[in-house]
Each structure stands twice: as C-alpha cells, then as structure tokens.
Write a protein that binds this ligand. Structure first.
Ligand SMILES: [Zn+2]
Length: 113
C-alpha cells in the first residue's frame, strides 16, 4: 500500500521535530492532503494511526485537511479550481495552466503539550 510509505515519511518528520521538544507530548498533527497528491486520505489516516499507536504518543490525533486542486492560467493569470477534469481557464478559455495547489502531501503543523 502506497500510503504506508507516505505515512512513514510523514512520521519521520514528526519524530525528528519532536526530538527538538524532548520530554513533551505530541497531541495532534495536521496533515494537508492535496486532491492530486496521489494519496488516499482514508488509507493515509489509517496508516498514520498505526504508527501513532506504536509510538511514545499513542493518544495523538491526526487532522487531515484536504486541499482541492487549484490551477493558474499562464495566459491571463487567473487562479481557479477546475471541476472534474475540465482544465480550461474560465477567464480566457486558455489551456495552458499550471497547478498552484493540491498536489502536495505535507505535514503542516504539530500540536505539542
Ligand atoms: Zn486565462
């Protein structure tokens, strides 16, 4: 399962961050899952839950925030959220668009006691 590797990578970040707060307790972690990150949020949450249960902070909670895909039009600069697979700029009809959000999977913050 792809999400297990992703969860392990995120968890390594958590552990190294917590090493700088020795003796304190991790209460929650905030994770951003982009709509196009390739990660399934439910599987990711489950995999993180297993790592947490086995950690020094078994009561820590996972807060996932789903980030929709956002695109920016290279022609007119308009930023928009596409509906389904319609990637045409609603401003000028341009097809030359770049993703600005929604492709990431990242650890956003930690709540520490
Ligand atoms: Zn445009």
């Amino acid at each position: 399962m792809h999400e297990v590797a992703l969860a392990q990578a995120l968890w390594r970040q958590v552990v190294s961050e917590m090493a700088r707060h020795e003796g304190r307790r991790l209460l929650a972690l905030d994770v951003v899952v982009g709509a196009w990150s390739g990660a399934d949020p439910e599987s990711l949450e489950f995999a993180l839950g297993l790592l947490i249960a086995d950690s020094r902070w078994p009561d820590a909670r996972v807060r996932l925030r789903r980030e929709p895909l956002a695109l920016v039009c290279c022609a007119c600069g308009r930023e928009f959220q596409p509906e389904e697979l319609n990637l045409v700029c609603p401003g000028c009809g341009g097809l030359d668009v770049d993703p600005v959000r929604g492709r990431e999977l990242r650890l956003e913050s930690l709540e520490i006691e």
